[in-house]
Design a protein around this ligand. Structure first.
Ligand code: ADP
Ligand code: MG
Length: 699
């Protein structure tokens, strides 16, 4: 084993262990600890393994006299007088006079007038930002500043690590915490990669990489250390997936579902021709079902690619054999819709599905449970009510999980546990790059529905900023006059159930009374009773409502072909992939559909981000943009998968590392499935801890 390294040779403050909780660090209280936990960071060790995405060369300090208009520069200055908070019309900023040995100038912080008071005259600081020279006056629009006390310069004057953006935690604070952790951590353990693998892949000791990755001397050293840490993380992740897959792939004769003739019967029941991609995928699924090992497959296709018929094929294969099938959706609205649509598709072939959702009356649910346990009911569609402990199946042969990305791994596992021979099929509309798929769903076989049903026109998308919203409203009225329908979606900042109601209901009241007094409006949100919600959805589906106002509960899966306008309020509150999902609600019929994204934001980055949707309707490209802008966790909800957030990774750049780590981890688990060999103990402990954290996340 390579020697474990001490964190910082000079440190006499090395008083905390690698496993010490982050709350032991100065500046971390319960609320910061919670923010860090959201990143999968619980201990000092987790924090030190948090990989920078990239580095900024701030080793060069610029003298004010040498600053160049429009360039980014780091300057070392002292404050020469009191700061001013300035609030002309719409913007506000803080302006603080400074000087270095060569010249005077101003530091400017936009939208942060409070900063004017933070830096009293005499304060020494290094500030980084964009230079503006106007009439000979130098000012710097500050992006980051570091007040210089004694001690080390962390944020400038060197290669500075840039971590993935974290909600609620500034880059500066994160860097400070990591710096502090490095100084206080007594020992860095050797990591989980067994010596044989380290040798074969020529991996440097983990301790060395941890010491180098955050504040490296050179870019080359940094990149090497980053890859070593990426390897550590991806190896762990892939080992977890390999183990899960080993567990899932126990051969069981009862998992066999013969499926001759199923696709022909299905095709006859459908009003349309299956696309090539659907035919291919159905074939793969049916082959899985007929094989002796339980199936474990991800069906992955953009919104509207027609995943429901794939579910129908799998369900029908099971039910035709007199076995049980369950389809699970993440929301009651979706469950109701899957129930309706699958009932229509399969109605001519076999039994109609039964709906099991939490909001049904208790006696009804109890009866359904009895009939599932006795085997009398063959086909059920529901929400997470399906995997409650009280639900038992006599013979669950096929479980389909729709819109997988909304479920946690623990929930998925619980449904699988309902039968030791259950074939699992998960369907996801989040288009993710293959690298990421292998990371988040590495224990699955994957089918991709890469073809949309014929005749779809790309949805016309327009970003509408500020006052122009009148035009958006008139656009909707125009469409309704031509007999079409529209969605209006608003985000909810769900701080309490009470506020949740108010946000959606306030908007609804405003639209109904002031904007669209002559139209028929309905409202759906997640906190409504199932009855009222289903009534509103049904009315919309039947064309009895013109406009459906909704929270993002309709983000996934809802299918109403006559709805041709999707308007999103406060679009900046949504991720790009989420907006793409919302947009996927329209453009399902022959009519040209539109998506209007409304925002009041003036921030260039925000506008820029939203404009991606104007440019492209390719879900994969959008996912890539999301990945670059927000980091992978946001995109896939990897935490929801019960996997450690693939934090820090610019996964697209780590393809080679991922392939190696995956190969090594799968080989290792194949050779020692229970991880019993002594050199595999660190990995075994790490996976156990991960499993613990996972259940803490998902329960
Ligand atoms: P997804 O769940 O993948 O978003 P759906 O299964 O809801 O997509 O299908 C979207 C719409 O496309 C539905 O209205 C469905 O009836 C229709 N559809 C599915 N497959 C085809 C096909 N092969 N040809 C024409 N229409 C199809
Ligand atoms: Mg669907």
């Amino acid at each position: 084993m390579p020697p474990a390294g001490s964190c910082e040779s000079t440190s006499d403050a090395a008083d905390l262990s690698w496993d010490a909780p982050v709350i032991r660090l100065d500046g971390v209280g319960p609320s910061r600890a919670r923010i860090l936990a959201n990143l999968g960071i619980y201990s000092l060790g987790d924090l030190l393994l948090h990989r920078p995405l990239r580095y900024e060369a701030r080793s060069q300090l610029t003298l004010l006299a040498a600053a160049v208009h429009r360039e980014t520069a780091s300057v070392r200055v002292h404050v020469t007088g009191p700061g001013r908070a300035v609030r002309p019309k719409r913007i506000s900023f803080a302006q603080v006079p400074v000087a270095d040995d060569t010249q005077t100038g101003n530091l400017v912080w936009f939208n942060q007038p409070f900063r004017a008071k933070l830096y009293p005259p005499g304060t020494e600081m290094i500030a980084t930002g964009k230079v503006r020279i106007h009439k000979g006056q130098v000012s710097l629009a500050v992006v980051e500043e570091e007040v210089l006390a004694e001690g080390e310069i962390i944020h400038s004057g060197r290669l500075v690590p840039m971590y993935p953006l974290t909600q609620g935690l500034s880059a500066v604070m994160l860097r400070k915490l990591i710096h502090q952790a490095l100084q206080h951590c007594a020992q860095i353990p050797p990591g989980v990669v067994p010596p044989a693998v380290q040798k074969a892949r020529e991996l440097r000791p983990l301790a060395e990489a941890v010491r180098q990755v955050h504040f490296p001397e050179t870019e080359a050293v940094a990149q090497q250390a980053r890859r070593r840490l990426a390897y550590e993380e991806l190896f762990t992740l892939q080992a977890a997936l390999a183990q899960r897959r080993q567990g899932a792939k126990k051969p069981a004769d009862r998992s066999v579902v013969p499926s001759d003739g199923i696709s022909e019967q299905l095709q006859q029941a459908l009003p349309f021709e299956l696309t090539g991609a659907q035919q291919r995928t159905i074939k793969q699924v049916l082959a899985d079902l007929a094989a002796p090992e339980p199936a474990y497959r991800l069906i992955h296709g953009d919104v509207g690619s027609g995943k429901t018929v794939i579910a129908a094929a799998a369900v029908w294969a099971a039910v035709a054999q007199g076995r049980q099938a369950a389809v699970m959706a993440p929301t009651e609205i979706l469950a109701e819709q899957d129930w309706t649509v699958l009932g229509e598709i399969l109605g001519g072939l076999g039994p109609r599905p039964t709906l099991l959702i939490g909001s049904l009356p208790e006696p009804t649910k109890a009866q359904i449970r009895r009939q599932l346990a006795s085997g009398q009911l063959k086909f059920v569609v529901g929400t997470h009510a399906l995997f409650q402990q009280s639900v038992e199946f006599a013979d669950l042969a096929v479980a389909v999980i729709d819109e997988q990305h909304r479920f946690g791994v623990a929930q998925r596992a619980r449904l699988a546990d309902k039968g030791d021979h259950t074939n699992i099929l998960v369907m996801s509309a989040t288009p993710i790059p293959r690298t990421l798929a292998l990371t988040a769903y590495g224990d699955f076989d994957i089918s991709v529905l890469d073809e949309l049903p014929p005749g779809r026109k790309p949805v016309h998308t327009e970003l509408i900023v500020g006052r122009d919203r009148r035009r958006a409203y008139e656009f909707i009225i125009g469409h309704v006059e031509r007999g079409h329908q529209a969605y209006i979606v608003c985000p909810v900042i769900q701080e309490s159930a009470q506020q949740y109601l108010t946000a959606a209901e306030k908007l609804f009241a405003r639209l109904k009374n002031h904007v669209f007094p002559t139209l028929r409006l309905g409202l759906v949100h997640g906190q409504m009773s199932a009855d009222r919600r289903e009534a509103a959805m049904a009315a919309f589906r039947q064309g009895k409502l013109d406009v459906l106002v909704a929270t993002s509960v309709i983000e996934v899966g809802v299918d109403v072909p006559n709805a041709v306008v999707m308007m999103v309020e406060n679009a900046e509150r949504f991720g790009l992939s989420q907006l793409h999902q919302l947009r996927g609600r329209v453009g399902r019929g022959p009519e040209q559909a539109s998506c209007l994204l409304l925002t009041n934001s003036q921030t260039p980055e925000v506008i820029d981000r939203l404009k991606v949707l104007e440019r492209t309707t390719d879900g994969f490209e959008i996912a890539r943009e999301d990945l670059h802008r927000r980091g992978p966790g946001e995109l896939t909800g990897t935490r929801q998968h019960g996997l450690p957030d693939v934090r820090m990774a610019d996964l697209l750049a780590e393809t080679a590392v991922l392939a190696e780590a995956r190969e090594d981890a799968f080989a290792l688990i194949a050779a020692d499935p229970q991880l019993q060999q002594p050199e595999h103990q660190p990995l075994r402990r790490r996976l156990a801890r991960l499993a613990q954290q996972t259940s803490a996340w998902t329960l």
